[in-house]
Design a protein around this ligand. Structure first.
Ligand SMILES: Nc1ncnc2c1ncn2[C@@H]1O[C@H](COP(=O)(O)OP(=O)(O)OP(=O)(O)O)[C@@H](O)[C@H]1O
Ligand SMILES: [Mg+2]
Length: 304
């Protein structure tokens, strides 16, 4: 599980195929959906790898496969995932529990759905710390406060006792980052972490992640629809379409000199300026540019 320079990748996928098993409903037979097919990628220490692609291209399924968080109806049918050279594909949940929130941190688009509405944010950060490092409640609370300061949440000592609904969307995402980094993970997977936030807050959150990365050397896998975010924050890019990798390269060279027609269409579809409404451009809109798919979008196959 080494990269082309012989260094061990922090996190790597080797030819993974991810399949969802969709049960039969009235009128529709059971079927399988191949969400990701034969995907290779890797991210190194201190590196930010972006995964881009239109809606349904398999970005989230990749993130879930990389972290062992696929739902019960999904499975990695081929290939393997390695964390610091150790195979973690399809490990039992008991083994993954030692990895989640410890060596792999995760943040998602919607922090509200990831936070527990009936626990204070202090309690939730303390839980994350105590799940992996036994210490007194008082010590965990002090660490939770330090983490909130690190993610630049104003007035951390008082915010510890707030419930998620008392915070803005940007503040909640800061809390999610505090939880994700609470045990100094080797890699952080961020699935559209700023899509729901306005442009200013998005910049603040992404620069916060970069600060943390500069200090800790953690690897980041950043999933996004936004090529502006990619251009500014990612070292390398993987372009996905229909569950497959279309192209990969260093950010500047890939954006300046895309070799794949899909990547060219993606770049051409990006407006030069964000619309005044503040509405984000979605890559799914490239459908309107007349790009003809080169490979089938996630295939669905009847169960034999
Ligand atoms: N729970 C599920 N059951 C069945 N199929 C699923 C499930 N989740 C995802 N899929 C399918 O897997 C494929 C990839 O979906 P995925 O969520 O990874 O796309 P995505 O690139 O993250 O899209 P988006 O940009 O909208 O988040 C799609 O065809 C989708 O319909
Ligand atoms: Mg997704």
């Amino acid at each position: 599980m080494t990269d082309e320079n012989g260094a061990v990748a922090v996190l790597a996928a080797h030819g993974i195929t991810v399949q969802f098993n969709v049960p039969a409903t009235t009128g529709a037979p059971a079927r399988t959906v191949v969400a990701v097919e034969g995907l290779d990628l890797s991210v190194g220490r201190g590196e930010t790898l972006a995964i881009v692609g239109e809606s349904g291209s398999g970005k989230s399924a990749t993130a879930l496969a990389l972290t062992g968080l696929l739902p019960p109806n999904a499975v990695v049918t081929r290939g393997e995932v390695g964390l610091m050279g150790e195979r973690i594909t399809n490990l039992p949940e008991s083994a993954m529990r030692r990895i989640w929130g410890n060596r792999v941190g995760l943040i998602f688009q919607d922090p509200m759905s990831a936070l527990n509405p009936v626990l204070t944010i202090g309690e939730q950060i303390q839980e994350a710390i105590l799940a992996h490092r036994p210490m007194s409640r008082a010590a965990a609370r002090a660490q939770a406060e330090a983490l909130l300061a690190q993610v630049k949440l104003p007035d951390p000592a008082h915010r510890l006792d707030d419930y998620p609904h008392q915070l803005s969307g940007g503040m909640r995402q800061r809390v999610m980052i505090a939880i994700a980094i609470s045990n100094h993970p080797d890699v952080l997977i961020a699935d559209e972490p700023t899509t729901a936030l306005d442009a200013t807050v998005q910049m603040e959150i992404l620069s916060l992640l970069k600060d943390i990365q500069a200090k800790s050397g953690m690897a980041i896998v950043l999933i996004t629809h936004d090529l502006g975010v990619v251009a500014r924050w990612a070292d390398r890019v993987v372009v996905m379409y229909g569950g497959r990798k279309m192209e990969e390269g260093a950010t500047a060279s890939l954006l300046l000199n895309p070799s794949h027609p899909y990547t060219r269409a993606l770049i051409a579809a990006r407006p030069s300026r964000r619309p005044a409404t503040g509405r984000r451009h979605r890559l799914s809109e490239i459908a309107t540019t007349g790009f003809a798919p080169l490979s089938p979008a996630s295939r669905t196959e009847p169960v034999s």
